[in-house]
Design a protein around this ligand. Structure first.
Ligand code: ADP
Length: 158
C-alpha cells in the first residue's frame, strides 16, 4: 500500500512526525507532499520546509518528501497512491476535513482518505502554535524537531 500525506508543513512539528512515523509502520511507502499554495503566505520558503522535513524523517526508509502544486488527488495519482493520510486533532478539524475528503471522493472515488487520530500529547499542537512559542522563546524544542528549532532561532534572531 502506498499513501500520500499532504500539508503545508510551515513548519513540520512533532504532531506531523507522530503521524508520519505511525503511518510508515502500516504502509509500504509514504510520500509526504508539501503543498505549494500561492494563496497562503508561509513563514518558511518551500526549500526550507523541504529541508526541515527531509532531515526530520531521514531515518524512516519508506518515507519520501516532495513538493506539489494543485489538487491532492492528482498528487496521489501521480504517485500511484490509493490513500490520502490526514491527521485529526481536536473536534474543530473534523468539519473541514470531512468537506475535503467528501469532495476528493466525489472527484476520485478510487482514492480513500484515511484519518489518524493524533497522539494525546500533540492534540493541541499546530504549526501556528509552534511559531508563537518560538517567537516568545518559550521552549519550542518540545514541539518541533531540532532542525526546526534551529531555523526558528535563525529567523527570530534576524
Ligand atoms: P494544512 O495546511 O493542510 O492544514 P498542516 O501542515 O497544518 O497542513 O497539516 C497537515 C496534516 O497534518 C493535516 O491533516 C493536519 O490535520 C495534520 N496535523 C497537523 N498538526 C497535527 C498534530 N499536532 N497531530 C496530528 N496531526 C496533525
Amino acid at each position: 500500500m502506498k499513501a500520500v500525506y499532504p500539508g503545508s508543513f510551515d513548519p513540520v512539528t512533532y504532531g506531523h512526525i507522530d503521524i508520519i512515523t505511525r503511518v510508515s509502520g502500516i504502509v509500504d511507502e509514504l510520500v509526504v507532499g508539501i503543498l505549494i499554495n500561492n494563496n497562503k503566505k508561509p513563514m518558511f520558503t518551500m526549500e526550507e520546509r523541504l529541508e526541515m522535513l527531509r532531515e526530520s524523517v531521514k531515518d524512516l526508509k519508506n518515507v519520501k518528501v516532495q513538493t506539489f502544486e494543485g489538487m491532492t488527488i492528482d498528487f496521489a495519482r501521480q504517485n500511484d497512491a490509493k490513500v490520502i493520510i490526514r491527521g485529526l486533532r481536536v473536534i474543530s478539524d473534523y468539519e473541514t476535513e470531512m468537506q475535503i475528503a467528501q469532495t476528493n471522493r466525489n472527484i476520485a472515488p478510487e482514492i480513500e482518505t484515511l484519518f489518524l487520530s493524533t497522539s494525546l500529547e500533540y492534540s493541541f499542537l499546530s504549526s501556528t502554535i509552534a511559531k508563537e512559542v518560538a517567537f516568545y522563546d518559550a521552549g519550542v524544542e518540545k514541539l518541533v524537531p531540532p532542525i526546526v528549532a534551529k531555523k526558528f532561532r535563525e529567523k527570530y534572531n534576524n
